[in-house]
Design a protein around this ligand. Structure first.
Ligand code: KIV
Ligand code: ZN
Length: 515
């Protein structure tokens, strides 16, 4: 059996795409999910791209024990030095360096001749190898590169010490047949190709990233680069959940291969990442969308009732989607909550459990039956939000007045440590009035309001409302989530969370400037 390694780049290629930026705590939360999923490699970031990226790659390298941790680097000494500094404390560090090899990239982006690219490849792989035994080399835009040239680049990279050769479809241009043939040809034509592992990294511009990655495996690739929910530049990258479940569901096609992935963690990981970036899965998203396992039409329902295999090629349970919805309520104690959360796959620390129990009790006062979907919302919310807001403003109370014939008004009282601040504002509806009142108190730096979204966590009119808010200032995005059966309260909580993150970043930038 050959192992197909899963290299996750949610924190690098995913995070660098518009609207998906994360702060340090959120990145650590994603890294924890990836470790639970048992990915082989976490690409934690692009260390040289910003001090924040360096810090997160460094912190994740120290925190993660079960996976290789990589940082991306361009093929320059400065980038490689920085990548090594960031990953050197990892249990298994990797430097991932790249250079473009297609004619259009070499001429217009790098302004280098093919000979210079060959020289740089050899020199920089050798330079990185002095630091680290685990070196991945990527020939950017490989699928639009001249094949004979690619053989030369790959040959030099391997001869100078690269242990993984990645051949990306950087612009999502190739087709499955071409990808399979390119990987197979490079393996067949580079003399020492058996000294390295081959990898694919596909973008989804034409909707073929998953298919192209799978074709790469058929061509001989043994590593797939992918992201949770397919996040990534433009139309995204190969989606981890889809590519893994395709191989698992079709062992007849991908015979004698396996991945280490614990598929039962897929749903939870997907939800965590969507929550952090303030998005939800499209209803029809394979594997993790709300409709992925629903059978609506009469003919399908009839078939599934007679035998699930008529229309179901994989089970919801296999990816961690629970279908038997046990209900808890106000008489359920901490032990019952802990037991149900364990059954749902959440093994929480005592502190995390206590935090969730407090939120659970608040919810029980508002809602008779607390469902699995509510519990999952509480757990993921508590993991990604609570620790963020401990130092910032907190909601004390609010009151709104709104009708269809007057202007909405909202009074908000916020606490900051021992201090209390109150403001009242009019607005274009109660949410606008509430946000205006918060702005009057906090006076955040100038920002743009990117996103406001309400989702219901489950069915039923007493369900939790989950509000996501995103603000941008400079080139950073600050997201916040709020959870409540009252959507105005959920909105206020989400906005305060995002504003707190914006304030913390502004303060940090100020301190860094002074230092
Ligand atoms: O898409 C791409 O080519 C990349 C490389 C840097 C690996 O992300
Ligand atoms: Zn990419």
């Amino acid at each position: 059996m050959s192992q197909i390694k899963i290299f996750d780049t949610t924190l690098r290629d995913g995070e660098q795409s518009p609207g998906c930026s994360m702060n340090l705590k959120e990145k650590i939360e994603v890294a924890k999910c990836l470790e639970r999923l048992k990915v082989d490699v976490i690409e934690a970031g692009f260390a040289i791209s910003s001090p924040g990226d360096f810090e997160s790659v460094h912190t994740i390298s120290q925190a993660v024990k079960e996976c290789t941790v990589a940082s991306l680097a361009r093929s320059t000494e400065k980038d490689i030095d920085c990548a090594w500094e960031a990953v050197k404390d990892a249990a298994d560090p990797r430097i991932h360096l790249f250079i473009a090899t297609s004619p259009v990239h070499m001429e217009y982006k790098l302004k280098m001749s093919p000979e210079q690219v060959l020289e740089r490849t050899a020199a920089m792989v050798a330079y990185a190898k002095k630091y680290c035994s685990n070196i991945e080399f990527s020939a950017e835009d490989a699928t639009r590169s001249d094949l004979e040239f690619l053989y030369k680049v790959v040959d030099l990279a391997i001869r100078n010490g690269a242990t993984v050769i990645n051949l990306p479809d950087t612009v999502g241009y190739t087709t499955p047949a071409e990808m399979q043939s390119m990987i197979a040809s490079v393996i067949a034509n580079v003399p020492d190709s058996d000294k390295a592992e081959f990898s694919v990294h596909c973008h989804n511009d034409l909707g073929m990233a998953v298919a192209n990655s799978l074709a790469g495996v058929l061509g001989g690739a043994r590593q797939i680069e992918c992201t949770i929910n397919g996040l990534g530049e433009r139309a995204g990258n190969t989606s981890l959940e889809e590519v893994v479940m395709a191989m698992r569901t079709r062992p007849d096609v991908f015979s004698d291969t396996f991945t280490r992935i614990d598929a039962t963690q897929i749903y939870r990981s997907s939800k965590t990442v969507y929550n952090i970036i303030g998005q939800t899965a499209p209803l029809n998203k394979p594997i993790v969308g709300r409709n992925a396992f629903l059978h609506e039409s009469g003919i399908h329902q009839h078939g599934v009732l007679s035998n699930k295999k008529t229309y179901e090629i994989l089970t919801p349970e296999s990816v961690g989607v629970r279908v038997n919805n046990i209900v808890l309520g106000k008489h359920s104690g901490k032990h019952a909550l802990e037991t149900r959360l364990k059954e749902l796959g959440y093994d929480l620390s005592a502190e995390e459990l206590l935090r969730c129990f407090e939120e659970f009790k608040v919810l029980c006062d508002k809602k008779k039956d607390v469902t699995d979907a509510d519990l999952e919302a509480i757990v993921t919310h508590s993991a990604t939000e609570e620790s963020e807001t401990t130092d910032g403003y907190k909601l004390d109370w609010f009151a709104v007045h709104t009708s269809n014939f007057t202007t909405a008004t909202c009074t908000v009282s916020l606490k900051y440590g021992d201090q209390k601040f109150e403001d009242v504002s009019l607005g274009d509806g109660p949410v606008d009035a509430a946000f205006q009142a918060i702005d009057n108190i906090v006076k955040p730096v100038e920002h743009t309001f990117e996103l406001y979204r309400i989702n219901s966590v489950a069915q039923g009119k007493d369900t939790l409302g989950e509000v996501s808010v995103k603000l941008t200032a400079g080139n950073r995005t600050y997201s916040g989530r709020g959870l409540s059966t009252d959507i105005i309260e959920a909105s206020i909580l989400a906005y305060i969370s995002a504003i707190n993150k914006l304030r913390a970043a502004t303060e940090k930038a100020g301190q860094e400037k002074e230092a």
